[in-house]
Ligand binder design. Structure first.
Ligand code: GLU
Length: 470
């Protein structure tokens, strides 16, 4: 499966232990954009080896979140759990070539070792007690783990595309476990083998994995020494997302799952796509980019080194922009889903041009559209009720009489008529328009009052005005 071509191959490798969170979605986005920018391949791997914590719900949420964001993949997802045999095979190769060894230390011995290290205030790490021991000394039929023989001295240098040059002393990396006593592979081994077999050339992931890179590289280099064509991948460790208070993004900061932005917060996928893109990546002062522009411009050099701060207000502002840009038919369908059975798609579509400039998300859009589908008698909200005092209701009665005789039910004619009436009564236009809005919509905020009259039509408008007139 290894690719020998120079083409770029990236992968997104989520652990399905929770929903697709914003940080994961951004990692997925950067990998996808990098692959698309270079005309390479974007791959997906579900790291479901932790059977206790991985769930089908989480897998489904990840797949649907990626799909909703428009991130498509060039091959079906690889499930890590299905590849345990292959991982073990690589461990055996490492063992046979002397790059790994069997460790017979019991859990009790290892705990005693750590206890002693704690007491001596030393770092807790495996002390290499079976590294150079003659395997003949092994107790018969005793369980063993397979540990990597990591380089004892020298240093490992990574030219990280985001972090820059990072150097770690090899002595700091202990001989960690590749295969557990029950023969199952560890995460560290599985990641390396899968990346190799999938032909991954560029590993773009959260910088909480930077330390792992120094543990994963020795496996890669040992395998390269054994069979060749295990090149070092290019690494790019991107800073995590923080909240506006500077702490790592968590539930405390509000919703962290992509599906909550879609379902609860009414965010459009192109808005989240653009927001996540700009969160930690920049190209001059460009704020709004189309998908194609993002593909054309994305590079790792534009990824910042310091954590970016998630700002819900900015996302909502951007979402408002994309709502204004979005197609009316599409928005109507999305709003109808939120309004339920009462919604009439044709009417929503007709209303959309006057509704969408007022909304920052689909909830606000649905709220703004709700008046269209109210059935008489409907209650007034508090402000509207307060506005409709005796005088205002008398004015509504006069408006009702006048509008009943109005044959030309157009914005211009209705506007001229209401203005004329205001002049005759010596009142400001607002004194008529405000009660009118309250009666027609049950609220004090809506699109322009003449738009409302047109959308509701003459019959329904008169019925609603009549219901509040006195
Ligand atoms: N499965 C890991 C995670 O979800 C990512 C591993 C990797 O990217 O190497 O954090």
């Amino acid at each position: 499966m290894a690719s020998s071509s120079a083409a770029v191959v990236t992968r997104f490798a989520p652990s399905p232990t929770g929903f697709l969170h914003l940080g994961g979605a951004r990692t997925a986005l950067f990998n996808w954009l990098y692959a698309r920018h270079h005309g390479g391949k974007a791959l997906l791997r579900i790291e479901d080896t932790d059977h206790k914590r991985s769930t089908q719900d989480a897998i489904d949420a990840i797949l649907s979140g990626l799909d909703w964001l428009g991130l498509d993949y060039d091959a079906p997802p690889v499930f890590q759990s299905a590849r345990a045999e292959r991982h073990a095979e690589v461990a055996r190769q490492l063992l046979d070539a002397g790059h790994a060894y069997r460790c017979y230390a019991t859990p009790e011995e290892l705990e005693a070792m750590r206890e002693a290290q704690r007491a001596a205030k030393q770092p807790l790490r495996y002390d290499g007690r079976w590294r150079d021991r003659d395997p003949a000394e092994a107790p018969a039929d005793a369980p063993f783990t397979v540990r990597l023989r990591t380089p004892a001295d020298g240093e490992t240098v990574i030219e990280d595309q985001v972090q820059g040059r990072v150097t770690v002393q090899n002595a700091e990396i202990d001989d960690y476990i590749l295969l557990r006593a029950d023969g199952t592979p560890t995460y560290m081994l599985a990641v390396v083998v899968d990346d190799h077999d999938m032909g991954v050339t560029h590993i773009i992931r959260g910088d909480d994995h930077l330390n792992n890179a120094f543990r994963q590289l020795p496996i890669i280099r040992a395998m390269d020494a054994i069979e060749g064509s295990w090149p070092d991948p290019v690494y790019a460790h991107i800073p995590l997302i923080h909240g506006t208070d500077g702490a790592k993004l968590s539930k405390r900061h509000g919703a962290v799952g992509v599906e909550a932005y879609r379902d609860e917060l009414g965010v459009l996928p192109e808005a989240l796509f653009n927001y996540l893109l700009r969160l930690g990546w920049g190209h001059g002062d460009r704020e709004e980019l189309t998908r194609d522009e993002a593909i054309a411009l994305f590079d790792l050099a534009g990824v910042g080194k310091s954590p970016s701060r998630f700002d819900l207000k900015k996302l909502q502002h951007l979402n408002g922009h994309y709502i204004r840009e979005a197609d009316d038919q599409r928005l109507s369908a999305l709003v109808a889903e939120r309004l339920g059975d009462s919604a009439d798609l044709a009417l929503l579509e007709q209303a959309m041009p006057v509704l969408k400039p007022r909304a920052r998300d689909l909830n606000e859009l649905a709220e703004g559209a709700a008046f269209l589908f109210r059935q008489l008698p409907f209650p007034l909200d508090e402000k509207a009720a307060a506005l409709l005092d005796q005088d205002a209701r008398a004015r509504l009665a006069a408006i009702h009489t006048r509008f009943a005789a109005q044959n030309d039910w157009t914005i211009d004619a209705l506007e001229a008529s209401l203005k004329e009436m205001a002049e005759e009564l010596g009142l400001g236009l607002g004194k008529l328009a405000q009660p009118l809005r309250a009666a027609l919509t049950g609220t004090t905020s809506s699109p322009g009052i003449f738009d409302v009259l047109i959308l509701l039509g003459k019959e329904e408008s008169l019925a609603r005005i009549g219901a509040q007139a006195a």
